[in-house]
Write a protein that binds this ligand. Structure first.
Ligand code: COI
Length: 357
């Protein structure tokens, strides 16, 4: 048996599946999961698909103490013809290894990880929902499992993949979201872990989000950690602004996540010959454009969020109501094209989709 042979233990007690049209984000989990172990002596070994179950860890496992962990998010889509496909899984696994590197976690074989995801989705293929706007969210993650309290990279890890049938990420569905610009807390600084997909970035974002959610805002828009001047990202999505026809997204600077959907949006806009620029942009510039009537659209991009139009941005006492709180033309075109490619109803000239079955 090769080190890459994935053993499968079938779940003898499959769960009832939730109705496709009732799905929210990340509440239900399928019948199986993938596990892959790492030790210094054996490297990555024993890849297996097993019934979905709790994992047993030593209370001293390093993940609990120092947060050495990384994750990814991608989706499987059911086409009208009943096929199942993934969207750019190579990009997720490439980024997983970049996050691994930042967190001192041993690299995984990207191609093997894609195969493991395909195999798992195949085993749980009946869980890929078919209602409009739904998909199977795939969450690969790696945790440090060595029982040890010294602050060092762990010598043992588990790479786990779980699956969750999902609907829209935001409660507002595909309708525009309200976002508050964060002026007090920061998410990341250059040289920190902002570019890595690691749990600590999300843990540190909760406080600000909790505060603004009381005022009806879905999430916060983070500014740079040094001057609190330059726009960075929302945390669950990258951001784009259309000002006088130019579509601007903050340039990657080491503290912004290199989103797969962000990259796909940029490629699509270039393909359509629309002006798209990756550059630094301040809140002041955005506000000035708004006051001059030049801020035409704002939207976020992410695997979970897809394309989420931003209908309102609160910045201190100011409220920027964008595209009259409605979905803008470019946001709509991007949403339709991207989801069209993902669900197989629009031709994929980029070779982004990968067939599972
Ligand atoms: C994703 O879009 O997949 C994300 O990882 C964002 C998130 C739900 C944390």
């Amino acid at each position: 048996m090769s080190e890459y042979t994935i053993t499968v233990v079938k779940n003898e007690n499959p769960k009832p599946k939730p109705a496709s049209d009732q799905l929210k984000f990340g509440k239900y989990f399928t019948d199986h999961m993938f596990i892959y172990d790492y030790s210094e002596a054996k490297g990555w070994h024993n890849p297996r698909i097993v019934p979905y179950q709790p994992i047993v860890l030593d209370p001293a496992a390093m993940i609990f103490h120092y947060g050495q962990t990384v994750f990814e998010g991608l989706k499987a889509y059911r086409t009208k013809e009943g096929h199942i496909q993934l969207f750019r899984p190579d990009k997720n696994m490439e980024r997983l290894n970049l996050s691994n590197d930042r967190l001192c976690i041993p690299a995984i074989d990207e191609e093997f990880a894609i195969n493991a995801v395909k195999h798992l989705v195949h085993v749980d293929s009946e869980w890929v929902p078919d209602a409009e706007g739904t998909s199977l969210y795939i969450r690969p993650f790696i945790i440090a499992t060595e029982p040890y309290l010294g602050v060092n990279p762990s010598s043992m890890y588990q790479f786990i993949v779980i699956l969750s049938p999902v609907g829209a990420y935001y409660e507002s569905g595909i309708n525009p979201v309200k976002i508050a610009v964060e002026n007090e807390y920061v998410r990341a600084v250059k040289g920190g872990t902002g570019e890595a997909k690691t749990a600590g970035n999300y843990a540190s974002s909760l406080k600000a989000q909790e505060i603004v959610s009381k005022e009806g805002y879905a999430q916060v828009l983070w500014l740079d950690g040094l001057e609190k001047k330059y726009i960075e990202e929302v945390g669950s999505m990258n951001v784009f602004f259309k000002i006088k026809g130019e579509i601007i997204t903050p340039e990657l600077n080491g503290s912004i996540l290199n989103g797969v959907t962000r990259n796909s949006v940029i490629e699509l806009l270039r393909h359509w010959d629309l002006p798209v620029t990756e550059r630094r942009i301040t809140m002041e510039e955005l506000d000035e454009a708004y006051r001059n009537g030049e801020l035409e659209e704002a939207f976020g991009s992410g695997t979970a969020a897809v394309i989420s139009p931003i209908g309102e941005l609160a910045w201190g006492d100011k409220k920027l109501i964008i595209t009259e709180g409605q979905t803008g033309e470019v946001s709509k075109r991007l949403y339709d094209t991207l989801t069209g490619i993902q669900f197989g109803s629009v031709e994929d000239p980029f070779g982004w989709t990968v067939k599972v079955k």
